[in-house]
Design a protein around this ligand. Structure first.
Ligand code: ZN
Ligand code: ZN
Length: 270
């Protein structure tokens, strides 16, 4: 019995003989149903013309993405620590070469995910590597493929010693970031997916309720996101796509981007 994957968002559903009617992730106003209507696929079908790509981002950090890009097109990140590895976010494909490569890098002890758009094939990854999946209770309703490996946390959890996953809200109530203090040569890195998205002008970040449908957040929420991020020490911000990285001075980028956003909400122009 296949675990169907939605073609538009790449999120895997629970096992069922027939695919579900709708993908709840895409039916939500933050996403959209593909222009050709709801379509489903299987991992075997995706594997026929896609491969998993694992590429070093900096010492101890590897990007894990799909080639060519698939669905929302995110790339996940594998954070390597002396206590094991955390996969931050996920992809829709785990192929044999990717499995072997991640295994060489020490496998996966825990999976943490920025928000439901990137749940992807996380249960499949967890099963392959005997990993825990840590998700915020606030987004429990968005879990599409239940698994005994999923553990819910409230505001913060430590997937491995030294790493913190924290719920900071905004894009989803449970939208989270992962703090990796050893990143950026010990100056710290914040892995954000699109909870805090690194924009094309990569000295800046953005915040949205919906990215594809351009629905903004309100002032209080944007300021709260910045406030919750501020308790971490970090230099670098890793967004959810290849190259979407604030290379340095990331904490200041988050602060000035929140201030710019709020100024615009008030009708102020630079
Ligand atoms: Zn979907
Ligand atoms: Zn999203």
């Amino acid at each position: 019995m296949p675990a169907w994957l939605c073609v538009t968002c790449g999120v895997q559903q629970r096992d069922s003989a027939e695919p579900p009617e709708v993908c709840p992730i895409c039916a939500d106003e933050r996403q959209y149903v593909g222009w050709g209507g709801q379509r489903w696929t299987t991992m075997a079908e995706i594997a026929a013309d896609h491969a998993l790509e694992v590429r070093e981002e900096e010492p101890g950090l590897f990007g894990v993405g799909m080639q060519p890009a698939y669905a929302i097109g995110q790339r996940a990140l594998l954070v390597c620590t002396p206590h094991g590895n955390v996969l931050w976010d996920c992809t829709s494909l785990l192929d044999d070469a990717g499995l072997a490569r991640i295994g060489e890098l020490g496998g996966i002890a825990a999976i943490c995910i920025s928000h439901p758009h990137f749940y992807a094939a996380s249960v499949e990854f967890a099963d392959a590597f005997d990993a825990r999946i840590l998700l915020p209770r606030a987004d429990q309703e968005w879990i599409q493929r239940p698994s005994p490996r999923i553990e819910l946390f409230e505001d913060e959890a430590e997937p491995l010693p030294g790493l913190t996953v924290a719920r900071i809200g905004g894009h989803f109530d449970g939208a989270a970031v992962l703090h990796w203090p050893a990143g950026s040569d010990g100056r710290g890195a914040l892995l954000t997916g699109d909870t805090i998205t690194v924009v094309q002008d990569r000295d800046w970040v953005g915040f949205m309720w919906s990215y594809p449908n351009y629905i903004p957040l309100d002032e209080a929420t944007v300021l709260e996101i910045a406030r919750r991020a501020e308790r971490f020490t970090f230099d670098r911000v890793y967004g959810g796509w290849w190259g979407r990285v604030v290379v340095q001075d990331g904490a200041a980028a988050v602060r000035r981007s929140a201030d710019r956003y709020v100024a615009r909400l008030h009708g102020e122009r630079p």
